[in-house]
Structure formats: C-alpha cells, structure tokens
Design a protein around this ligand. Structure first.
Ligand code: LLP
Length: 461
C-alpha cells in the first residue's frame, strides 16, 4: 500500500476507488436512474436530450451549462401529483426556481414552497397564484411577511414566537387574517437510509415538540385569533430513501393534533410532512417511486388518525430534489487531463465548486459520463475537478471514465438539478452558468449565463 500525503484513508483507495463504485461493463452506458428520461446515446455515440445532440447544445449555448429536460421535469411533477391524489404537492423552490419553472408548475397543477422574499418574487413573477404559495423561513423579515400577506400567500409556516408577534402586528395593520401552519420540530432526523429519532432537536428550525414550544405556539395562535391556524408542519431531512422517518414524524404530529383537539375542540384541517425524498446520484442509489412513497405516507397518516380517533387532515408534501434533481445535468468541457502518480486521473473541466458546491460541502457523490462521443477504451479511475484555485474543488470524486478522455471532450454530470444552480456562487469571479431547457428538438435559455460585466456592475468602486 502506498503512503499518501493526505493520510492513510486516501492511500487506501488504491486503484479501485471507494467500495461502492463498480467498474462499468460498458463505459458509454447511460444508467437510466441517473439521467433525465429523454437522454440517449445516438448512433454516432454522442449524448442527446429532448431530441437535441449534446454537441449542438454546447455549440449554441457554450459550457458549462445546466441542461434541463423539460419533459422529464413535467413527468416528475405529474408522477407526484398523481401518486399523492388529493394531497397538495408544493414544489420546494429552494432546489431550483426560475419563472419558466413556475409556469410549468402552474400548468401541472402543483403549488410552490418558497423560503425567502427573493423566491417569493420569482414565484409571483412566474404567475403562481398566491393562494398556492407557502412561505417558509426561520427568520422572515417584516418586509417579507408584509409582502406575503399583501400578495395573499396561501399559507405562512410560522417558525418562532417572534414571527407570531410580527405576523400578528401585520395582520392587524392590514386588516387580514393570514393562514398559517406551525413548523414542528418532531425530533426525527433522516438522511438517506438512516433516521434518528430523538426526544429533542438541537437545530434552528421550528418549535420543539418535546419542549412544549409547539403546543404553546398553537395555544397562542388559537387563543389570539389574529391568525388562522390551518395545521401542523414538519420537514425531517434530505435525500431520504424510505418512509420510516416519516412514520415517526406523522405519529408525533398527530399526537399533538389529538392534544389540540382535546384542549380546544378543534381538528386542524391540514398536515404537511415536508420534503426530502431521495434521488440517485450514483449507480448504487435506488430511490423509491412517488407512488410507493404516496401509498406508504397515506397509509401511515390514515392508520395514526384511526388510532387517535381523528379525521384524516388534508395532506401536503414539499418535494424539491425528487422533482428537479434528476431532470437536469451539467455539461462541461474538459480542459486538462493529468495522471497523478498512477493513482488516478484528474480531469479538469471549465466549471467547478462555483456551479456545484455539494461535493465540497456535503461530500456528496456524483457520476459523470463522456457526452460528446463514445469510446472504445477501457475505463480508468478518474476524479472530475473544476478550475477554481482550491484543492477541494472537486465535482465528481470517483468515477470511471474512458482511458482516452482528453481536452476538448464534453463531460456530463447527472443529478444536478437540485441545489446546484440555486447554490451556485461567483467564487474566483467565475460567472454562473446558464440553464438551458430542452424539449421537442429545441433548446432555449431560461436563465442566461452571467457575464463578467454582470459581476463588474456590482463593483461600484
Ligand atoms: N420543505 C422544507 C421545509 C425544507 O426545508 C426543504 C429543504 C424541502 C421542503 C425540500 O427538500 P428536498 O425535497 O429538496 O430534499 N442544500 C441541501 C438541501 C437542503 C434542504 C433544505 N430544505 C442539499 O444540497 O442537499
């Protein structure tokens, strides 16, 4: 085993990469769960999406670029909407929002969760009916709350006693009675295959259930009458693969619902279980289908309601990643290729941590494929890195790419629809890439590429 300057763990990787990574049988294969539905390899070996060749997209729009398969995005909206039947599906705009996305959501009958004034502005500009918007946030400003109330936002998910004060004042000033939900911290934390259920939660969101803050918030809203309490809300985490965490969360929320009924004689009409449904980032991820999630969640809620002798509230959910994540990929051009000490090959592309911070921030795993051509060369262990002045500027930590990957090649990284453009930065003054929507043989920019001029305009000297 060779020593590695960054420590034994790095040395342990050797030639084969992490244990989950499989050497592909066919390095050109596009594994379906990773890619938007219309992606294919043409007879010539190039990737195509929505009937448009990837080379044409690169020529027309440049690289790096986020490419949205609009049909795929719509089909995921529909899958959630159909699977959850009568429940309301609030797309979580933090994953990725743009006015074109909002227009599609309106057409597909989804509602929209926003968590800042900025996201609210896009939602309204994109034509989302205000009554179908929910506003989140642990520190909403007076200006944000006022704007939401004046716009007639359908529900505000209150997150603190300070916010209840602010909203009560705004309600009185505007002569309105805003509809609210109470964000409850249920003591469940879920990530991928595991969840932890604890008695208390040490985090900034919501009102603690175990500490009694949630019940106190509910009491106050019901007693003061300035706000219309629609129901309880919880969001337990991200990239969740099964429903066991939701089961604990729903049970705890409904116990509170029962206690509210006993104390106030009121059955709150709505219940929101949040988002967090996982997607595939690598060939080893096998996310649940919306219809299976729906069957499970609805069964859990019905069962708990029956046990507590409550009527079943109107259910809502807030998926972001599961709708937009797999619908987009990032297209890069390779600039340099370096074999480092025979350990692995570093493939540098023209973007990096400024367009995908998730690898550096969460140690997230991604995949990549050669997109502009097919190759007959064997796979080699590669690391896809960006152009930033930072050693941690890694986009795909471990992936097999064909041995002849070279400068000028196009490389595509799937699963970048959620929390990539929305978390993009201008680190090193790198302008943020555009979002190009592709459908029915046409590609169109829906968010344009940032320019150096855009950045220089902010610098007022
Ligand atoms: N609802 C609420 C109240 C949330 O806080 C979130 C995500 C969602 C819904 C949507 O969750 P999704 O279905 O997209 O997982 N930046 C991180 C994720 C942070 C998520 C924050 N809240 C990432 O890149 O993984």
């Amino acid at each position: 085993m060779r020593a590695h300057e960054a420590g034994a763990l790095h040395g342990d990787l050797g030639f084969s990469g992490p244990s989950w990574l499989r050497t592909p049988q066919d390095v050109n294969a596009l594994v379906p769960q990773l890619w938007p539905r219309t992606v294919e390899r043409t007879a010539g070996g190039e990737m195509a999406v929505g009937g448009v060749n990837i080379r044409k997209i690169a020529e027309q729009h440049g690289t790096p670029a986020y490419v949205l398969d609009e049909e795929d995005f719509r089909s995921r909206c529909r899958a959630f909407k159909e699977a959850f039947g009568g429940a309301e599906v609030f797309y979580a705009g933090k994953a990725f929002i743009a006015t074109h996305i909002v227009r599609i959501l309106v057409e597909e009958g989804l509602s929209l969760d926003v968590c800042t004034g900025g996201e609210l502005a896009v939602a309204l500009r994109g034509g989302m009916p205000p009554e179908r918007i929910g506003l989140h946030g642990n520190n909403k400003s007076v200006a944000e709350l006022t704007r939401a109330v004046e716009a007639g936002v359908g529900r505000i998910i209150v997150d603190s006693f300070d916010e209840i004060d602010r909203l009560t004042t705004i309600a009185k000033q505007t002569g309105t009675r805003p509809k609210v939900m109470v964000r409850v911290t249920v003591g469940v934390e879920a990530h991928t295959h595991e969840y932890i259920a604890t008695a208390h939660e040490d985090q900034k969101f919501g009102f603690s259930l175990s500490g009694g803050a949630a019940a106190a918030a509910v009491d106050r809203i019901i007693t003061e009458q300035a706000l219309e309490l629609r129901g309880l809300h919880s969001h337990i985490g991200s990239q969740i693969f099964d429903t066991s965490g939701f089961e604990v969360s729903a049970r705890r929320l409904l116990q509170l619902q029962a206690a509210i009924h006993d104390k106030h004689g009121i059955e709150l009409p709505e219940l929101d279980l949040g988002g967090g449904f996982g997607i595939a980032y690598t060939t080893q991820d096998t996310p649940a289908e919306p219809r299976d999630l729906a069957t499970d969640l609805m069964r859990i809620v019905k069962q708990e309601c029956a046990a507590l002798q409550l009527s079943v509230p109107h259910l809502s959910i807030e998926p972001g990643r599961a709708i937009v994540g797999p619908a987009m990929f990032t297209l890069y051009e390779v600039g340099t290729v370096k074999d480092v000490d025979g350990i692995r090959t570093y493939v540098s592309v023209d973007g990096g941590m400024s367009d995908n911070i998730r690898t550096a921030l969460y140690d997230a795993a991604y995949s990549a494929t050669l997109a502009g051509r097919a190759s007959t060369e064997p796979p080699i262990l590669a690391r896809v890195v960006g152009k930033h002045c930072e050693a941690g500027d890694i986009i795909v930590k471990d992936e097999f790419l064909p041995a002849d990957v070279r400068a000028g090649d196009l490389l595509a990284v799937p699963g970048t629809g959620a929390y990539c453009r929305s978390m993009a930065s201008n680190y090193n003054h790198v302008p943020r890439p555009p979002v190009v929507a592709v459908v029915d043989g046409e590609s169109r920019v829906i968010v344009r590429r940032e320019t150096e001029d855009d950045l220089l305009k902010l610098d007022v000297g």
